[in-house]
Design a protein around this ligand. Sequence first.
Ligand code: ATP
Length: 585
Amino acid sequence: MTNIRATLAIVWRIAAPYFRSEDKWAGRGLLAAVIALELSLVAINVLVSQWQNRFFSAIQGYELDRFVREIWIFLVLAFTFVALAVYKLYLNQWLQIRWRRWLTQHYLAEWLNGPTHYRMQLKGDAADNPDQRITEDVKSFVEQTLTLGLGLLSSVVTLASFVVILWGLSDKAPLHIYGTDIVVPGFLVWCALVYAILGTALTHWIGSPLINLNFEQQRFEADFRFNLIRVRENSEQIALLKGESAERGNLLQRFGFVIGNWYAIMSRTKRLTAFTASYGQAAVIFPYVMVAPAYFAKRIQLGDMMQTGSAFSSVQDALSFFVSAYRSLAEWRSVIARLDGFEMSVSSVAETAAREPTVAIAPTSNAAIGLEQLLVKLPNGEPLVAANAIAIEPGERVLVTGPSGSGKSTLFRAIAGIWPFGTGTIAIPENARLMMLPQRPYFPIGPLGDAVIYPAEHGVIGPDKIAEALNAVGMPRLAKRLDESGHWNRMLSLGEQQRLGLARALLHAPDYLFLDEATASLDEPSEARLYRLLTEKLPQATIVSIGHRSTLDAFHTRKVALVKDGAIHVLGGAAPAEKAPSAAG
Ligand SMILES: Nc1ncnc2c1ncn2[C@@H]1O[C@H](COP(=O)(O)OP(=O)(O)OP(=O)(O)O)[C@@H](O)[C@H]1O
């Protein structure tokens, strides 16, 4: 019971915001219309049940006129039923797509809210495969919530209406055993109740492991798909290392989990189906057996008997809603658990930032970037890099050095404001524009012009300027292909990608440019040419580089090293500051 209440609370938390959103009137209107149509369908079913009684009584009495009149009534009922059913489905689908659009936009906004997507990955918690949450899970949630919610409503109303009918029929056809009437008020209702409750309890007992099995199935499928995507993305590396057989083994092992779990689902579903099918079949004959003694004793007419059969099956259907909806309920709960995990993960990122001490990014009116009492940590809390009283003055060219793995890139991540783990303050001049260039720049798939100016939107920077920047970084060939679409990370060499990265920096002209081994794949003369270009085109910009090559010294005015001090590295420790002429070489 607590479980059900907890699940419903989660459903409310996920579902309610849409009905309070800017689309609330459309959402509420459609929901109200769908509910009204659902209730009207129940009313039609009640009318059909009464019609059935009259129809079969007319047949039994050989009354042709009544028979023909009932046919006409049936046609009207049937036509109304079809019209209501069609619009119920149509409006339901309309509501689904509007609700799904809103939820998808909402989740995308939460996931891509600043560096949340990156921090969720760093924390490595329940929200594995956010792509699945935002695609399949949102879709299933909307679909199944409506199907199950409306199904439940319809069942309750059907139950109430048909219990009344069945109660009346019980009075007409009392329990008649061996020639004596046993008066149990509403005995047909009690029979239907006992039958359905027994069925529901047994179904829960047989089917409950399916909830977990379905959850696991989705996880294994997503895992398998994710690993296939990784192979596709790294196919060159895998081919070069001849890693195909290792990949095949790994993929087959993951697919093995999909298969293993599927067998478990099959065997459990087999047992469940054997039970639900037998249960359904028995329900066809059960009510007739119950009223047969009264019928053969000529206490009731054929019409009453037929109406009892259909009313019993309506009550039974309504009560055994959980029996037939069991599989969907199990899947629905898995979907809810995953969406809940996603929401929890998003809010835990925000909560961690609010609760635990994190690296504070403080806007300052000073012109310099300042690192104060900074201690950058790993996600597990281990300290990594310390820096105190370090200032990077405007226009400086600073080279950060240090052994591999000492935390240089992580320090840049902290300055960029995406790495929260740690304490201390990073003061960033107000309104200063920072840009990070990594060793492997990211290019969205699409026209080259858009890929170069990313994250600026299409058209914000004109094609002439882009072509000029590409010429300047030594890529005149590409300057002619700005409209060509492609997967540029795959089509260009790493050195070429780094040139494009520098073209991006020239076009955005940031106040602070951080280069994390951003020219490491270029030959030394090209690297020298590009550094000279940066100095020439971005004379006001402060440049901070990470690099291992000694040739970089010539393009920087100050060198700061990460020096080992016990378990951590300290920025600007005991490193000798070297002065070098700017833009030489
Ligand atoms: N997301 C992460 N989770 C756990 N540890 C991490 C994570 N990112 C980085 N680290 C660890 O932090 C340490 C510093 O990594 P970082 O990339 O900052 O080093 P670096 O000085 O830039 O190295 P290199 O010169 O080799 O590029 C490494 O030991 C790395 O394993």
